[in-house]
Design a protein around this ligand. Structure first.
Ligand SMILES: Nc1ncnc2c1ncn2[C@@H]1O[C@H](COP(=O)(O)OP(=O)(O)OP(=O)(O)O)[C@@H](O)[C@H]1O
Ligand SMILES: [Mg+2]
Length: 324
């Protein structure tokens, strides 16, 4: 695999585009996304429904639907350029081996007629990460322990487990090959509050124990703060802000990020919750200038041009003319 010269990031994405062909035109689900993520950190990705978060995840893992029109840019994993790999090499050497994913609604996508231990052991056997079946099942047991699934549940079928337990099984499947990067697409949505908190605690513990790098896609800005080291804000297919979590949760710069943060209720502070009037633009024909301009309280003439993603402080990137 081709190496970059000097990048120390575990994951570096440059100008990633993922566009889909539809009857109504081209959907620009991910449009020119660039960022770097260092090893052992957790990146929280937030943004309104439909802004391209799952598409970004699919682009990183090359899990592409048939109607892809454009899939371009560069993806480096620990310096190795992945876009130049054939699909076959990517499948054999990267996906599920070096990076894995817990897809959105994973707990409902387990195979209903296969016992969960077989499903967790499968990636090891398929990718020949182990030499014997015994070793695969031993590694599966370790993964079950790591995610807090009692070992006597291993022989059950998915329907015999609660939603929270099934979500843990999906997490075990993603972790069992000991990947460098795990992408979690809304791992706690559709779970009750207590189960959500349990899953977040499991993730925190795993992060502490094995130092894996996570990308956590979530709507739950408040809860994700416990896990976040970095934050990325997406709007209409683009990255509009990227910074460390401290800055994002306390004082984000992009007007859209500020609106998002203002809409998060807190227990310790009485405040009027903000909301962002209007709707995000259609990704079929997004505006030429700043895609947020129409809803932005701070817009001015310049916003008719597209602002570049600019590093306004070390590691703090903002796509807004107010911050140049
Ligand atoms: N295969 C596809 N073909 C056409 N359009 C698609 C396809 N997959 C996703 N889209 C569109 O791409 C845009 C981004 O979708 P995506 O699922 O990535 O958003 P999201 O941020 O994950 O949303 P949510 O928070 O609801 O999960 C949406 O407009 C969606 O309708
Ligand atoms: Mg999604």
């Amino acid at each position: 695999m081709r190496k970059t010269s000097s990048d120390s990031a575990l994951l570096r994405i440059e100008g990633l585009r993922l566009h889909f062909k539809t009857m109504r035109g081209t959907v620009q689900a991910v449009d020119d996304v660039t960022f770097s993520l260092n090893r052992g950190r957790t990146l929280v990705v937030v943004g309104e429904s439909g802004c391209g978060k799952s598409s970004l995840a699919r682009g990183i893992l090359r899990l592409l639907p048939r109607n892809v029109e454009t899939y371009s840019g560069k993806i480096y994993l620990n310096g190795d350029e992945l876009m130049c790999l054939t699909d076959e090499r990517f499948r054999r050497e990267v996906r599920w081996v070096r990076m894995s994913m817990v897809p959105q609604a994973a707990m409902n996508s387990l195979n209903p007629v296969v016992r969960v231990e077989d499903q967790v052991a499968e990636p090891l056997l398929v990718h020949k990460c182990v030499t014997t079946r015994e070793e695969a099942y031993e590694r599966a047991r370790e993964a079950f322990r790591m995610v807090g699934v009692p070992l006597d549940f291993m022989t059950r079928y998915p329907f015999e487990l609660s939603g929270g337990m099934r979500q843990r099984v999906a997490l075990a499947m993603a972790l069992v090959t000991d990947p460098e990067l795990v992408v979690l697409d809304e791992p706690t949505s559709a779970l009750d509050l207590l189960t959500q908190a349990n899953i977040m605690n499991v993730l925190k513990q795993i992060k502490k124990d094995i130092g894996v790098t996570f990308i956590l896609i979530t709507h739950d800005i408040a809860t994700s703060s416990e896990l976040a080291d970095d934050a990325a804000v997406m709007y209409a297919g683009q990255l509009v802000e990227f910074c460390d979590a401290g800055r994002f949760y306390l004082d984000p710069l992009h007007p859209y990020s500020r609106g998002l943060m203002g809409s998060v209720p807190t227990l310790w502070e009485r405040k009027d919750l903000m909301f962002i009037p209007g709707q995000p633009p259609s990704l079929l024909d997004p505006p030429k200038g700043c895609r947020f301009a129409e809803r932005c309280p701070d817009r001015f003439d310049k916003c008719e041009e597209e602002p570049p993603l600019t590093e306004v402080d070390v590691g703090h990137w903002v796509k807004c003319w107010l911050h140049r």
